[in-house]
Design a binder for this molecule. Structure first.
Ligand code: NAD
Ligand code: 4TP
Length: 346
């Protein structure tokens, strides 16, 4: 799509209707549009979801007049997708599983057909969709499948606890897998491919010219020279050697329990962790509520929040929306970075 940064249009998917997705979408969007000097003053938005649900949630949160003003401003449109059944905040209903996917599909199709420059996703409840009989483990895997991308990489990022100006970025070699399946899923080609995807996207969408990537081991103490597991020797070190031979700045494997400290992180742009909780527990301890989730390797830009549906908080006004604001900002920054990279290539 021919565009300038001034004409960016973002899609926002409102996620699980019984969760805080609709709440934080409305609150974050209004806050970003009203913030002085916000990068968002140049953007327009399409909020994808049920129009009545959004109006009801705005009323519950006491922001109905501001929401109406945003709609009247011409900068915010709703792409109406009807709910399967009316929604009560906090109460999941599998009859709305298909709705959540229809919302997501509109954003994916819109990005693929040039209606949107990127998509920002509010959290969804994976189990509700899976309970409808559709195999679903997360946005990341669904986006890969829907866009025909064989390999994508989940990366979460947030301000480093010890250096607020520096970002902590943690990418995952495996995503939503039972722990029992993790070791078998990690192969040398998978890791080499993941390292290339991370380096490519950090260059193209984050403007980092030569990304420095630290890689964790899989086993305690990175395998203790093979005495506590052989994956480091047989799988991870060969992947690091291959990636280094390909010209990437990669180091490791490091014991995951001691890697997440400023001494190591200050010289890195990203950590590649082997599995979900190995990488996300330390990241979320430091950044929960302010971080973002990005899918690397996709032909489209997708950012999201660092938290889930928080059913207990839906409609109460007590959900924090800082992560959703960060996801909106990141999508704008990434879209601009990609447009610049495209212009430079042209
Ligand atoms: N991007 C996504 O779509 C995404 C991300 C993470 C989890 N999930 C899904 O969300 C569902 C619930 O997951 P969970 O219970 O493990 O995690 P959760 O993040 O929903 O909740 C964990 C705790 O954090 C609190 N919390 C979460 N977000 C908050 C916010 N914005 N403000 C204040 N408190 C907040 C909750 O109240 C709860 O106490 C699961 O189905 C999970 O798969 C989706
Ligand atoms: N793994 C993510 C997290 O812990 O925040 C979350 O489940 C979202 O995953 P998707 O973006 O694939 O839905």
């Amino acid at each position: 799509m021919a565009a300038t940064a001034a004409s960016l249009r973002l899609a926002i998917t409102t996620g699980e209707p019984a969760g805080i997705g609709p709440d934080i979408t409305l609150q974050a969007l209004l806050a970003e549009m009203e913030a002085p000097g916000s990068a968002h003053h140049a953007c327009t938005y399409t909020v994808i979801g049920d129009r009545t649900l959004l109006a009801e949630r705005a009323a519950l949160l006491g922001i109905a007049p501001a929401w109406q003003r945003a709609l009247d401003s011409g900068r915010v449109a709703i792409a109406h997708v009807p709910l399967g059944v009316p929604c009560i905040p906090g109460q999941l209903d599998t009859q709305n599983g298909a709705y959540v996917l229809a919302v997501l599909d509109e954003a994916i199709d819109g990005c693929q057909h040039g209606r949107y420059h990127g998509m920002v996703t509010a959290p969804l409840q994976k189990s509700v969709i899976a309970d409808t009989g559709i195999a679903f483990t997360g946005h990341t895997e669904y986006l890969a499948e829907r866009t025909g991308t064989p390999h994508v990489v989940m990366m979460l990022a947030g301000p480093q606890p010890a250096h607020a100006n520096a970002m902590l970025r943690v990418a995952l070699a495996t995503t939503h897998l039972p722990l029992r399946a993790v070791a078998d899923a990690i192969t040398t080609p998978l890791l080499v491919d993941a390292l290339h995807i991370i380096a490519h996207d950090l260059r193209r969408r984050f403007g980092l010219p030569k990304p420095r990537i630290l890689v964790t081991g899989l086993n305690p103490h990175a395998g203790e020279q093979g005495h506590l597991g052989r994956e480091e020797i047989d799988v991870i070190i060969p992947a690091l050697q291959q990636a280094a031979a390909d010209g990437l700045d990669v180091r490791g494997p490091y014991p995951a329990d001691t890697l997440f400290q400023p001494r190591y992180l200050q010289d890195a742009d990203c950590v590649l962790a082997m599995y979900h909780d190995q990488g996300l527990a330390p990241l979320k301890y430091g950044t929960f509520g302010h971080g973002i989730n990005v899918t690397l390797g996709l032909p489209l830009i997708r950012t999201s929040v660092d938290h889930g549906t928080a059913l207990d908080l839906a409609g109460t006004g007590r959900a924090e929306y800082g992560s959703m604001r960060a996801a909106l900002q990141a999508a704008v920054d990434m879209a601009r970075c990609e447009l610049s990279a495209r212009d430079a290539t042209a």
